[in-house]
Design a protein around this ligand. Structure first.
Ligand code: ADP
Length: 394
């Protein structure tokens, strides 16, 4: 079965075509900076690798570009659009109604649209991707995999905010949780590795967006992002946890508009706000040269993660393993070292030499006498989406 995975962002489309169940990647690529005259299109197969700059006005033009690459007589991988059996769309917000991978229906599309105010950067773009692929890939089954789905198991005491009940009951205000596809994928890999199903895991996804999940017996039971993907850890440009009074103070006393505050907290905060750099590689390079702002930002980032590890260890009354994943989690030995330093009270002991080794597969980086395993597990959201789509259709 040929399954095309489409991940539409506000100004990008990432895609991957997989043959299932073998999980062979037939091709992958992305279109970035959609809406500009210099959008970047990348496309990679076993035998070709292309990167080109075009004008790509909108998502429709982006998906048409991707389709023409897939069908290209020289570099293409399919003969007609009918060769695609199913499309798995990543949709960020599924609210509380969708806790499983779902076939696209008119009702599902309406719901994704209705949830757009809760994920304004993501859901409209995700829906656009679905509408376009329905037009282009007429034969394919269109499926959606929600980022929020994995967190549908969070108990009420974890997902409910201590605000008036009617806001929860009538307006749907609660923590939904995000990065679910990634947390699910790496926690299942960890359980396979540990050869146990009844485990207590803490999964730490550190990419541009960052989140941490407590996973007990394969189920998400608490998570750092909440109603929107903004709470919790320090991220590339998002603040994570703040005292909400500062929003009122910025508006009422400092004279910012609400839009400006939103822009500050989502796009100008986090590591960027603290250091002027967004990419952790730049921050680490600056820190190594003695840049004190960068050193402090790294410490703040790790400190926040430590606090959540402590909280989730308490919530689960112990842990078997912590998992580092995504761009920073998989690649930054420094961040892992800062997070795991002085955690021996929790039986978390990092082996520095194992931490420095690199590998593209699962690896254990704790000392032999560490009761808690420290695992680095490369995430693969596309494969997880393809697996879920395949399981539903096979
Ligand atoms: P996204 O959330 O966009 O999927 P990724 O999971 O690709 O993000 O992670 C992107 C982040 O990973 C970048 O901000 C970059 O700082 C970080 N990163 C990637 N490689 C390294 C590395 N070798 N060392 C430190 N950080 C890295």
């Amino acid at each position: 079965m040929n399954i095309l995975i489409i991940n539409s962002g506000s100004s990008s489309i990432k895609y991957q075509l997989l043959e299932m169940p073998s999980a062979k990647i037939i091709c992958l690529g992305s279109i970035e900076r959609i809406g500009s005259t210099d959008a970047i299109s990348t496309y990679k197969t076993d035998s070709h690798k292309v990167e080109k700059i075009y004008e790509i006005k909108n998502h429709k033009a982006g998906l048409e570009r991707i389709t023409s690459l897939l069908l290209d007589p020289e570099m293409g991988v399919i003969n007609t659009t009918d060769d695609i059996d199913a499309i798995g769309h990543r949709v960020v917000h599924g609210g509380s109604d969708y806790t499983k991978t779902t076939l696209v229906t008119e009702e599902v599309k309406k719901k994704i649209k209705k949830l757009s105010p809760l994920a304004p950067l993501h859901n409209p773009a995700n829906l656009e991707g679905i509408l376009m692929s329905e037009e282009i890939f007429v034969r394919a089954k269109q499926m959606v995999v929600f980022d929020t789905a994995f967190h549908g198991t969070m108990p009420t005491k974890a997902k409910k905010y201590a605000i008036p009940n009617e806001l929860y009951e009538q307006k749907g205000i609660q923590a939904y949780g995000f990065h679910g596809t990634s947390h699910k994928y790496v926690s299942e890999k960890a359980n396979e590795y540990l050869n146990k199903e009844n485990t207590k895991l803490i999964s730490i996804h550190l990419g541009n967006g960052c989140s941490i999940t407590a996973i007990q017996d394969g189920k998400s039971i608490d998570h750092s992002m909440g109603f929107a993907p903004s709470n919790g850890l320090v991220m590339g440009t998002r603040s994570g946890d703040i005292d909400h009074s500062l929003i009122f103070y910025m508006v009422d006393t400092l004279g910012y508009t609400l839009d400006e505050v939103k822009e500050h907290l989502n796009k100008k905060s986090g590591m960027l706000g603290l250091t002027k750099f967004n990419d952790l590689r730049d921050i680490e390079a600056e820190a190594s040269k003695g840049n004190t702002e960068c050193i402090l930002a790294l410490e703040m980032n790790a400190y926040r993660i430590k606090k959540y590890i402590g909280a989730y260890t308490a919530v689960m009354n112990g842990i078997d393993a912590i998992i580092f994943t995504a761009g920073i989690g998989e690649n930054s030995s420094l961040m892992r070292q800062l997070v795991c330093a002085e955690m021996d009270y929790f039986n978390i002991k990092l082996d520095d030499s194992k931490n420095d080794l690199r590998s593209s597969t699962i690896r254990e980086i704790n000392t032999n006498n560490s009761k808690v395993k420290i695992l680095v597990i490369p995430t693969n959201e596309e494969l997880e989406i393809a697996k879920q789509v395949y399981d539903l259709l096979k």
